[in-house]
Ligand binder design. Structure first.
Ligand code: B12
Ligand code: SF4
Ligand code: SF4
Length: 277
């Protein structure tokens, strides 16, 4: 089996079988079958992100000392399972219990995939780093583009052709906008032909159908989404302060998340209207 297939099969296997993708108390899975994408570290988008996001955003090779000269960025999308989405669809103020458990424990499973793929590649003789496991990864709250970080996994997913951004900043893939994603960078050179989108908002109806949509605007209880886009400061305050204070203890989680704008919207399960690409 090629290295590429081994990586895809491993992530699929983990999503299907890992106990970490399962909530035993309520008997549901956090995520369904994943999408996996690959792109060269030489993809020009990574250079462009230094301008689009900021100089603080690292290029793939900058996660290594000494830097790697060639290699691949591996990205996966973990679609939030139907049962979790359906529970969040019913909510209009706070995220559902199942969504909060997915945010807290589903992300632990995502971390497990990051470290599994990183270690698998190292054992196979390559160099590999998952940015979210690296001490070079940092969240930054006051940049010119607002809250950001030194490695955006959605921007990596865009470079790997897995989808595009949207009015609310969420990343719309073939399996919809309700997902979490992960990434690993390696010096292994893996074949990576992928979809190239006409622009970074191509999958969102608000942009490709001349403002026909905006459903996520009314889904946001905090008023963080308007026709101008997503206000990260309002979203951050609502998600990580208001909801956390109100529901955190009740749900027994440290991080509830929110994601109301990712459920009960036309882009929840798929790219709304495939001809968008
Ligand atoms: C900081 C952070 C936040 C901040 C800021 C979010 C943001 N927009 O950046 C806050 C606290 C608000 C937040 C909230 C949430 N988050 Co958050 N967050 C992150 C984190 C840790 C870093 C994000 C980052 O670095 N952003 C960088 C900046 C630059 O991104 P940006 O401003 O959105 O980028 C815009 C520009 O680049 C612009 N642009 C302009 N010109 C061009 C040109 C090109 C070519 C391109 C590509 C783009 C572009 O388009 C982009 C979108 O508008 C990531 C994990 C990670 N390491 O990636 C998770 C992450 C983004 N969060 C995630 C999630 C799920 C959430 C929540 C739903 C909470 C929850 N879990 O319940 C909400 C949803 C908010 C929303 N509407 O998107 C997921 C997103 C998955 C998805 N479905 O899209 C991530 C990827 C975590 C993960 N590993 O899965 N989050
Ligand atoms: S709900 Fe509509 S406007 Fe909002 S992100 Fe989805 S497609 Fe775009
Ligand atoms: S995640 Fe942020 S933008 Fe989305 S509904 Fe919640 S507060 Fe609003």
């Amino acid at each position: 089996m090629s290295l590429k297939m081994e990586i895809i099969k491993s992530i699929e296997y983990l999503a299907e079988n890992s106990e970490l993708n399962q909530n035993d108390i309520y008997g549901f899975k956090y995520f369904d079958s994943p999408l996996v994408g690959f792109t060269s570290i030489q993809n020009l988008l990574f250079r462009k992100y230094k301008k689009i996001i900021g100089d603080f955003h690292l290029q793939p090779e900058e996660f290594f000392e000494p830097p790697i000269k060639e290699g691949t960025v591996i990205v996966w999308i973990l679609p939030v399972s139907r049962i979790v989405r359906e529970s969040n669809r019913l909510e209009n103020r706070f995220p559902s219990l199942y969504w909060a458990l997915q945010r807290e424990y589903g992300e632990k499973f995502n971390m497990h995939i990051r470290s599994y793929i990183q270690n698998f590649l190292i054992k196979a003789g390559y160099r590999a780093v998952s940015p979210m496991l690296s001490d070079k990864w940092q969240r930054l709250d006051n940049t010119e583009v607002g809250i950001a970080s030194t490695w955006s996994e959605r921007h990596a997913a865009y470079a790997a052709g897995l989808g595009t951004f949207s009015l609310n900043d969420g990343f719309i893939t073939k399996k919809g906008i309700a997902h979490r994603c992960g990434s690993v960078i390696t010096d292994a050179v893996i074949d990576s032909k992928n979809t190239v989108y006409s622009n970074h908002l191509a999958n969102c109806l608000y942009f490709n159908k001349k403002q026909e949509c905006g459903m996520c605007i009314s889904r946001c209880p905090a008023g963080a989404i308007t026709e101008e886009g997503h206000n990260k400061t309002i979203c951050d305050r609502y998600t990580y302060k208001t909801i956390q204070k109100q529901q955190g203890n009740f749900y027994k989680v440290k991080t509830t998340g929110c994601g109301l704008c990712q459920t009960d919207v036309p882009c929840e399960y798929s790219i709304p209207e495939e001809e968008a690409i």
